[in-house]
Write a protein that binds this ligand. Sequence first.
Ligand code: PHE
Length: 464
Amino acid sequence: MALAQKDNKKRATWGSKLGFILAAAGSAVGLGNIWKFPYVTGENGGGLFVIICVLCVLLVGIPIMAAEIMIGRRGQGSPVTAYENLRGNKSLWKLLGWVGVVAGFIILSYYVVVAGWTLDYLFKALSGAFWAVETEQIPPMFDSLYASAFWNVTWMLVFMCFTIGVVIGGVQAGIERWNGVLMPALFLMLIGLLIFAATLDGFGEAMRFVFYPDPSRFNGASSVLAAVGQAFFSLSLGMGAMLTYGSYLEKDADILRSAAIISVLDITVALMAACILFPVIFTFGFEPSAGPGLVFKTLPVIFSQLPGGRIVAIVFFTLLLFAAVTSSVSLLEVVGSTVMERLGWGRKPSVLASGLVIGIFGLLSALSGSALSGVKLLGDRNIFDSFDFLAAECMLPLGGIGIAVFAGWVLQKKEAKDEFESGAKTPQLFPFWRILVQFVAPAAVALVFVQTVLSLFTGAEVIH
Ligand code: PHE
């Protein structure tokens, strides 16, 4: 079937199927797994939240990821162009693409700030800062960093330049090459840290917290929404990152299988991060609900106790940084490739301009702990938290519903089947996947939304 390819230039493709899986897994595995998952788990009471997250990944995440990759591969474009190629210039579905691009813009603008903290901590590890002080003095280092306008802005800009550099390199030479080395290294490092965490006294208590469902510590509808939002954020779903990566995928790759591998890898890394952090938290008596600073307050404590901890700390923050780069790269790729396709600019100016504008917008988040700390946008949340809430808990799940509806109802059954089966080793799963995207995934996400809105009206606490 002829695809609406607008120009004669051949679209970039991945060098290999494994290259795609690693790049997509690189997009999924990032700060969302190691920084965000443990702290939202802490805020939402542990076990039950974790179980709901895993269920979301399996029942909603995998089918929607397959839908996103499918729309990208069939639509041959970044989000807006892909919907246009599939349903025509005038189709309103284009708007779904634009919502994704805006979500990517917002997420990247605060993602680079957190990645900047990682850079700061790498330098602290290199300079030996954690070893020069008492253990109790390590956690407050994060609060000082958060309150420093200068360092937040500086690190954020440095990180943004790094991201721009990779994305300018293009699909194979930039994105694919970096991911292929960094992802396996991160995984090995996490296994090592997990073995160490298992030797800590608080390991048993931590495992109970992370895996044992205790409804009394759960926050009702708002925790369920947080779990859905976390699943989408962590899997890079709902805004077109997987769609854009899917658009570089060859026809002989198995979409459902790729989605399953990427999702399982992603949730595994998140669970590993929680199993590393919570033993430290319980062993050293930290507060699990400490919020966005959790990883930065707790991990350096292990490093400071560990023989050879300095090397481990340096390696760990380097890898965390790379995990962050491989995700931020996918965010910038969505915005940059949209500029490329919509304005017809080359890759370099498109990516540079997008990165620059997002960096400037990112100043708002970078200054959330200092100059702008008094500004509250949504409820009690400062600018940083508001952007995170808006993008991760509202735009991504809503985008996910849109993607599921598009793949399940708007694409004709024949089109969807054709694309699903192309390269598939288990084409017989098509009806099963279709039921999930037609009914289960959109209904589940919509239900959570309605619940949360209702609980807003009944006065239940929604802020997590
Ligand atoms: N999934 C990434 C992470 O967990 C963040 C991300 C979200 C990347 C959305 C792309 C799109 O760090």
